[in-house]
Each structure stands twice: as C-alpha cells, then as structure tokens.
Design a protein around this ligand. Structure first.
Ligand SMILES: Nc1ncnc2c1ncn2[C@@H]1O[C@H](COP(=O)(O)OP(=O)(O)O)[C@@H](O)[C@H]1O
Ligand SMILES: [Mg+2]
Length: 260
C-alpha cells in the first residue's frame, strides 16, 4: 500500500517540463518530488505516474518510492510567487510524490553512462508495455544515484487514457516509438525480460495497483464513467497489452537490430 504524508513546506520548483513539479518537505521529515493535481497536465498524469510507476516497481525496476502527498489550503497562502500560489491553491487534497534522490544526475550516454543488459532490457520492455515515450537520449527521465538507475517521470505513459475509444487498438500497438529509447542499444535480452515481467505481473498484481488509484482522482476525470468502471478499463487495457506482448517485443528487437 502506498503511504500518505502531509506537505509542510514547498521547497523548490523543478522547472523542466510543463508539469511544474517541485521539491516538497513532508511531515515524515522526507523530501518528495511532487506532481500536482492542479498542474496543466491534470489528473491523468498523476494516474499514469502511479500506475506505471508501481508496475515498474513490481517488475523489479528501481522506481523511487511513490507516496500520496496531502496539501492543505493554508500551505500556499504566503507563497510570494503568484504562479506557485495558484498551483498550490488548485492542488488542495491528494497529490503524488516521489522520494527525492539528492545528488542524483540524469543518465547521459554522451557522458559514457552505460546500463546492464538485463536492466536495460527490462526498462525497454516496461516502456513499450506502458507506452511511455519519455525515455529518449534528450529526455532520459532516468536518474543515476549511487551508480544505480532510477526511472522517473511516467506521467506521459498510458496515453490511451486521453482517448478511451481507441484503447482496444492501442493495446495491440507495436509501439514503434521504442526506436528512440535511451537504453535500446544495451537491451540484448528483451524476450527474457518479457518472460520475467509476465511472471511478476501475474496473480492480481495489476489489479492491486489499479485499486490504489484514489477514488477522487478517478471521479475528477471528465465524462460519465464511474470510478469502478475506470478501474476495470485500466485492468482490461493491461490484460490486452500482455496478450499482445510479442508484438511490441518483436518491434523493439527489430528496432535494436537497426541501431547496432
Ligand atoms: N525523485 C527524484 N529525485 C531527484 N530529482 C528528481 C526526482 N524526480 C524528478 N527529479 C528532477 O526533476 C526533474 C523534473 O521531474 P520529472 O518527473 O521529469 O517532471 P517533468 O519532466 O514532467 O517536468 C527531473 O528531470 C529531475 O531532474
Ligand atoms: Mg521529465
């Protein structure tokens, strides 16, 4: 189960993408990188971050701990920056936090960073499975911390949830975008990674992850579908995606053979 913490201080904005994440101190003395429900990308980015991040963890990837971060209306009141004040006001309630890794740096192949084949293969499989396009050399979203790799930033994964009608066909997609993956060249064991991943995602693992998405996030998605229906639809997507795994595995293997 994901833990919940209370935000006590907005520390520092991390201005990179459009999602205005920030370092926040919480009441457990921890520091978290918070993705705000009130940010431009909206609640779907938080849902993707939670579901994809926890799937990655279940597969054995080193995703930093994910927690719910509760913001109360008092917190932003004295914030001098108007943009941050508005963001905090729009984010009262449950937000998503990732354990902050102090002193981590972004993976950079140009700086001769490398990745172990089993881990690279697992990450390639994971990104193809969750349809995450944000793992390119220019935007790796892969932190190196104490010489180990930590995948972050899964808010753009699960892009089918922006357009549910297309879900069944997206679930079978070969995901050609994998050719831009920052670790593709080290991913020599994609089929083995797939077998391991499928074994780890059995027995209700995905259902348990989807069950942790807060009701209030699902309820705030525009449209008529009740939260329970959304949960079933997410689980349905992943069941279909697992059935089609050979399609995206073969695509990734071919993309790699063009590369090396
Ligand atoms: N858990 C973390 N520990 C340390 N730094 C982080 C962490 N998460 C994100 N960052 C830093 O913050 C930046 C922005 O976070 P990210 O999740 O990539 O959001 P976005 O790209 O949507 O702005 C990252 O590129 C990274 O430099
Ligand atoms: Mg990012």
């Amino acid at each position: 189960m994901l833990r919940s913490v209370q935000a006590i201080r907005y520390v520092l904005p991390l201005r990179e993408g459009g999602s205005l994440p920030a370092i926040v101190e919480a009441d457990d003395l921890g520091m978290y990188v918070v993705k705000f429900r009130g940010a431009g990308q909206g609640i779907l980015a938080l849902i993707a971050e939670l579901i994809a991040g926890e799937i990655g963890r279940a597969m054995g990837l080193r995703v930093p701990e994910i927690v719910f971060v509760e913001f109360d209306p008092a917190l932003g009141r004295n914030e001098p920056d108007a943009e941050i004040r508005h963001l905090l006001r729009a984010s009262v309630g449950l937000n998503l936090g990732l354990d902050y890794l102090p002193g981590s740096v972004m993976f950079d192949a140009a700086a001769r960073d490398t990745a172990p084949p089993d881990e690279a293969s697992m990450l390639v499989w994971f990104d193809a499975f969750t349809q995450n396009v944000d793992r390119t050399p220019r935007n790796a979203n892969l932190l190196v911390w104490h010489r180990k790799l930590y995948p972050i930033d899964h808010g753009a994964a699960l892009f089918f949830h922006h357009d549910w009608e297309t879900m069944p066909s997206k679930a079978r997609s070969s995901f050609p975008q994998i050719e831009k993956h920052v670790l593709l060249r080290w991913a020599t064991q994609i089929e083995q990674a797939g077998a391991t991943a499928r074994a780890k995602l059995r027995d209700g693992v995905i259902e348990d992850i989807v069950a942790q998405v807060p009701e209030e996030w699902l309820e705030s998605i525009p449209g008529e579908v009740p939260a329970a229906g959304r949960r079933l639809a997410y689980v349905d997507f992943f069941r279909r995606r697992l059935d089609a795994a050979h399609v995206f595995e073969q695509e990734a293997i071919h993309a790699r053979s063009r590369l090396v």
